[in-house]
Design a protein around this ligand. Structure first.
Ligand SMILES: [Zn+2]
Length: 435
């Protein structure tokens, strides 16, 4: 069997434009389906809408473990900015990196999973349990044509699965000179809220102070200046304690102060860039991303303004909790309506964490794996509805200077060439030993 080289395969995947919208994952699925069929793997293609295809393959294990799902999405976010050093769909290799949209999020992860599976088969090793590979459409636009569709319409494809690997995790994070590998074990819940403000309107020539636009400005300023209350959730406690235990004594003590809600805000503010990364793990957030107010003409004072807030709830909380905090912050004249809520009701299950951590330690003894609460959402939330625990496990050792979070969905998205092989060999190890 011809197992593709991970880096070459990644280049090919980047060159197939799966920008979502519209996604058009069908062409890429066709290509990957060919590779799997050539390797003797039978696949199921599920078309959720024209051009929107998901691929699922189940490789039988030897029955010593429950099936493991490897789920990765094939779509990527649009390239809105110019200024790429190398064209975003070129998949070029330069300066030790593979460049292009999807290099991190998450065509590299798809490559790791697919090549790991093919390597395992070509070595004639039967994995401990079935391995289910799901290559998914539509993650970046909400998953309605991808994971959500499959969970609602084809749940039998995931029969018996308890654990999954997916995005995000296993990439390096440097804290106080130490290297950590956060592994996502939980994620925040999407809770989108429309805030409506009202005030009397009137003729634009009557320049009265106040009015709805002034109130809008106050609300936006308050959202920018104030952080919502701190909640220390069990996953974040475990994460911070694991990090603190690895840091030299003074830094470790300082890190533990993050777990005291009265001090958390100040500690985060003092921690610079890493504080900004950690902050959303300690509170709900609501970011005003669409703002509108119009009287319909420039000489009409508007009577209404709207703000669409990208709300993210910590695990274990409900929309009412966030609404109450926002009302306390903004005042009760602001009407708040939830227009999308994607609950994640499953308690994080850490049973597979130690196995994943041991794989990472073997491949990089200098790094410490720690559990991570993901401030954003992944397809993991849909699989959780089937009782499946997803772990973020697309291992990558990244240069200290590389800011993962600014490159994902950003300009010059790229991955070190060695990281692609590193992740592939970690996932291959996992396939011989998951329990
Ligand atoms: Zn992604």
């Amino acid at each position: 069997m011809d197992v593709p080289e991970p880096v070459e395969l990644l280049q090919r995947l980047i060159r197939v434009d799966t920008t979502n919208p519209p996604g058009n994952e069908a062409e890429l699925v066709g290509y990957l389906d060919g590779i799997l069929r050539d390797a003797g793997v039978s696949t199921t293609l599920v078309e959720s809408a024209p051009g929107r295809v998901n691929l699922i393959a189940r490789v039988p294990g030897r029955g010593a473990a429950s099936p493991l799902l490897m789920q990765g999405h094939l779509d990527v976010v649009p390239v809105s900015d110019h200024g790429w050093t190398h064209p975003p769909f070129s998949g070029e290799i330069a300066d030790g990196f593979v460049w292009g949209r999807g290099a991190l999020d998450m065509k590299s992860g798809v490559v790791m999973m697919l090549v790991a599976l093919l390597r395992t088969l070509s070595e004639g090793t039967q994995p401990p349990g079935d391995v289910v590979l799901a290559l998914l459409a539509d993650e970046e636009a909400g998953g309605d044509r991808g994971a959500k569709y499959l969970v609602e319409n084809r749940p039998e494809l995931f029969d018996g699965v308890k654990y999954a690997i997916g995005e995000f995790g296993g990439f390096t994070m440097e804290i106080a000179g130490r290297r950590f590998y956060p592994i996502q074990v939980a994620e925040k819940q999407i809770c989108r809220i429309r805030a409506t403000l009202r005030a009397p309107g009137g003729h634009g020539s009557l320049a009265r102070p106040g009015g709805v636009t002034a109130r809008l400005a106050e609300v936006l300023r308050r959202l920018d200046r104030r952080r919502l209350p701190v909640h220390v959730t069990p996953v974040v406690r475990t994460m911070i304690e694991a990090i603190a235990a690895e840091l030299p004594a003074p830094a470790g003590r300082v890190a533990r102060l993050l777990l005291r809600p009265a001090l958390t805000g100040r500690m985060l503010a003092a921690a610079g860039e890493i504080g900004l990364t950690l902050a959303p793990m300690f509170s709900h957030t609501a970011t005003p991303n669409i703002v509108s107010a119009s009287g319909g003409a420039v000489n009409v004072r508007p009577t209404e303004a709207q703000i669409d807030l990208d709300g993210r709830l910590l695990p274990g909380f409900r929309p009412a909790d966030l609404l109450a905090e926002l009302t306390a912050l903004l005042g009760d004249d602001v009407e708040l309506d939830v227009f999308r809520y994607d609950p994640v009701e499953m308690e994080p299950n850490l049973e597979l964490f130690d196995t994943l951590a041991s794989v990472l330690r073997e491949h990089d003894p200098s790094g410490t794996p720690v559990p991570l609460l993901m401030p954003a959402s992944t397809d993991g939330r849909f699989f959780a509805q089937l009782g499946i625990q997803t772990y973020g496990f697309t291992p990558m050792t990244l240069p200290t200077s590389m800011a993962f979070s600014s490159l994902v969905h950003g300009v010059d998205e790229r991955i070190p060439v060695e990281a692609v092989e590193f992740g592939t060999s970690c996932v291959t190890s996992l396939l011989t030993r998951f329990r």
